[in-house]
Design a protein around this ligand. Structure first.
Ligand SMILES: Cc1cc2nc3c(=O)[nH]c(=O)nc-3n(C[C@H](O)[C@H](O)[C@H](O)COP(=O)(O)OP(=O)(O)OC[C@H]3O[C@@H](n4cnc5c(N)ncnc54)[C@H](O)[C@@H]3O)c2cc1C
Length: 257
């Protein structure tokens, strides 16, 4: 979106294509959580006004492939990132889902919910806040000393205060262990004491936040075409500021013109 508005301002005819029903990518997902709601709404209003003013043709529900790109002089690939990690295999009674899915669809889950913060980023914290706000009893597990361990201290502190107010149970230094093949047992191990306890029967779902991986499939397909640039999380999953700066810079750089 940053590249599209910058290119329109520079006088180009621009098409912005998005495979899902609406614009915003991961920020739209993040905007479902309290931590980012206001940022997302303000940013979306600004970006939509910019796209309109620049007469950018916006196509949603449009998956772009190599064939669509051949006719264009410049293609900026901002295909972002998707959740990483292989799905956990757990006994039948437990639902297992990723943090992005839990943020998007918090209502169908039953029982209390255990969230595994494996990546220390925003997703586990956002999932905990969204699920607790929807009335679920939530426990947030991390093998480190606190969830959100990669976030800035002030940001992590703000999350932890809100999660405390929502009665989210934080379990530091804790690992979820699946033992056995036929009828596996699931239990929690305290990594400091070494003690284990079975996962409580009232737990109905495990939510996993296992990080992000760049979605570079389109870029790799387009490798042989001239005038193709990759920006944002499609290069490597990082943050919003990187995506916006790189999108804008891709147009303002001498190569584009
Ligand atoms: C829960 C969560 C919370 C976050 N919180 C923060 C935060 O507090 N601060 C921060 O800086 N960052 C945060 N981030 C990260 C930030 O949102 C991303 O780094 C940023 O949005 C990346 O932008 P992007 O445009 O590169 O990619 P994305 O936002 O991933 O957008 C890529 C878009 O491309 C579309 N697409 C993919 N392939 C195709 C195709 N072939 N054809 C058409 N469309 C396609 C996708 O549907 C998607 O909409 C958070 C991320 C998550 C998931």
């Amino acid at each position: 979106m940053a590249a599209a508005t910058a290119a329109a301002r520079a006088g180009f005819r621009v098409v912005l294509a998005e495979r899902s029903r609406h614009l915003g990518g991961q920020l739209a997902l993040a905007g479902r959580a309290a931590a980012h709601r206001e940022l997302f709404q303000r940013w979306l209003a600004w970006a939509q006004a910019e796209l309109l003013e620049g007469a950018v043709e916006v196509k949603v529900n449009t998956l772009i492939t190599k064939e669509d790109c051949a006719a264009w002089r410049r293609v900026i690939v901002a295909t972002g990132a998707r959740p990483a990690g292989a799905p956990l295999k757990l006994p039948g009674r437990l639902a297992v889902l990723g943090a992005w899915t839990a943020i998007m669809r918090p209502t169908p889950l039953t029982g209390s919910i255990v969230i595994l913060d494996q990546d220390g980023g925003w997703s586990a914290m956002d999932a905990a806040e969204v699920l607790a706000t929807h009335g679920h009893a939530v426990s947030l597990l991390t093998e480190t000393s606190a969830p959100g361990f990669l976030l800035r201290r002030s940001e992590q502190g703000a999350y932890l205060r809100r999660l405390d107010a929502l009665a989210v149970r934080i379990l530091p230094h804790t690992r979820l262990i699946v033992d056995g093949d036929g009828r596996p047992n699931v239990f929690l191990r305290d990594l400091v004491s070494g003690r284990s306890s079975p996962l409580a029967d009232h737990v109905g779902a495990i939510v996993v936040a296992a990080g992000r991986t760049s979605d570079s499939r389109l870029f790799l397909e387009l490798d042989s075409l001239p005038g193709v640039q990759r920006v944002g999380d499609a290069v490597e999953p990082r943050c919003l500021e990187d995506a916006i700066t790189e999108g804008t810079r891709a147009v303002r750089s001498g190569h584009f013109l």
